[in-house]
Design a protein around this ligand. Sequence first.
Ligand SMILES: Nc1nc2c(ncn2[C@@H]2O[C@H](COP(=O)(O)OP(=O)(O)OP(=O)(O)O)[C@@H](O)[C@H]2O)c(=O)[nH]1
Ligand SMILES: [Mg+2]
Length: 504
Amino acid sequence: MSKNDTICAVSTASGVGAIAVIRLSGAESHKIALFIFRKKGKQLDINDIEPNKAYYGEIFDPIKDDKPMVDDVLITFFKAPHSYTGEDSVEISCHGSVFIQQKILELLVVRGCRLAKPGEFSKRAFINDKFDLAQAEAVADLIASQNEAEHRIAVNQLKGGFSNELRDLRSKLVDLTSLLELELDFSEEDVEFADRTKLYELLNTALKHIGKLTDSFRMGNAIKNGIPVAIVGETNTGKSTLLNAILGEERAIVSDIEGTTRDTIEETFNIDGLMYRFIDTAGIRETSETIEKIGIERTFKKISEADIVIGMLDGTKSVKKIIEAWKTIVSHVNVLKQKLLIIVNKQDIMDVATMFTLNDDYIDYMKPTFEKNIENYGGYMTDEYCYSITGMDLYDIRELMTFSYISAKNQEDVDGLKQNIHHCTTLPNIDGSTTLVANIRHFEALTHAKESLEQVKKGMDDKLSADLLAQDLRQALYYIGSITGEVTNSEVLGNIFGRFCIGK
Ligand SMILES: Nc1nc2c(ncn2[C@@H]2O[C@H](COP(=O)(O)OP(=O)(O)OP(=O)(O)O)[C@@H](O)[C@H]2O)c(=O)[nH]1
Ligand SMILES: [Mg+2]
């Protein structure tokens, strides 16, 4: 299959719409489109076509004797290299009937077009240097973006912010590699062109830079796939009821049988423009049932992966039981890294006395945990002391011990909970210049690059020869270059563009 054959596809979403856009790209695209287009009953000459101008006219079937009209269309011709793909291309805006779309495609194919494969237009754009690989992936992300934060990350990547950062990094490392390689030519003479102190400096800067990018992945990924919020607690506390209340649909099975939810259930939900991934988990309890046990193991795993944990307590239980359940949850959450929201459910039927006791006595219940060593301080907890033993300041601990009350079943105070979730989400300020790594392929490449650079540093500590250092440096360069596509192979390309939709 020739690289330059002319391809065509419907570029708008599949199905019926008000209008649909059919796109052609390749050396023959103008010629082929003109075969089936007429304006005021006349076919146009290819030499009279003005690029970037929309022509109003008809697509007709040139094969049938009476040459019937297929549709009223607007058609635009683009001249290479000034097009999305960098090739001659054409866009036909027709009415959105599926029949019309298929008919036009059929006419184009008869005239020598080939149906495009997924992502083939973007792949051609990449090959013609219209953008690099990271930018091509940003196109896919942009199409898939569902909220403002996701959209901003994609726009930044598309504009080349991320690519420029990588290019900078890469060019510095290339300079270094060349200096090291120069030493190889003079290996007999024991010279060092690459100043080792400078080399250390540069490596440290590069490592810091890459570290910042890889660190941003947790957040970038959360924005892309939804910030993970795990709903956890003992069986029958109402976790599944809460999931349903948040989503506004009966997604999870609710019943008064303990251990109803066996496996985790995940659903995304948008709160004020941010996407959250709510994870309903199997209730925590002692059980000998194998499947339930596996479910509970999964609950613990989901807790550790979540950014926000909703620890749910059953308000109809005794205060003692509630506090025990609370402790179990707290012990599984890394309160320094994760946000924990403690809620007491079933406020509609819970005993008011329980509520008072919980509110008044929680400090006492906390004492054994956080104030164990405090006697030395005469029972007075200072912020500094609190921090030194818990790693948190008093304010945060108080927050951890603040129970809020809801009724998931009656949807009471569920909106307040949603607002709390939104408030406790700490997102970096994403503006046009923020680079967040949101793509697993980029994250992996950066992680490998980091490992290689660390290897170089270690090699320098061990006074390894320039050729060995250069080898690891080249490895790091390879990984960084693989992100933007400066080095790549057809398998990687196939993988990336294969995930695009047809017509993109
Ligand atoms: N009165 C009252 N009952 C509730 C409330 N929330 C849940 N329930 C009831 O509590 C029972 C258990 O609810 P689920 O949502 O299935 O509880 P769960 O925590 O998912 O339970 P497991 O999946 O077994 O861990 C059901 O009978 C619910 O109707 C509430 O706010 N008030
Ligand atoms: Mg459940």
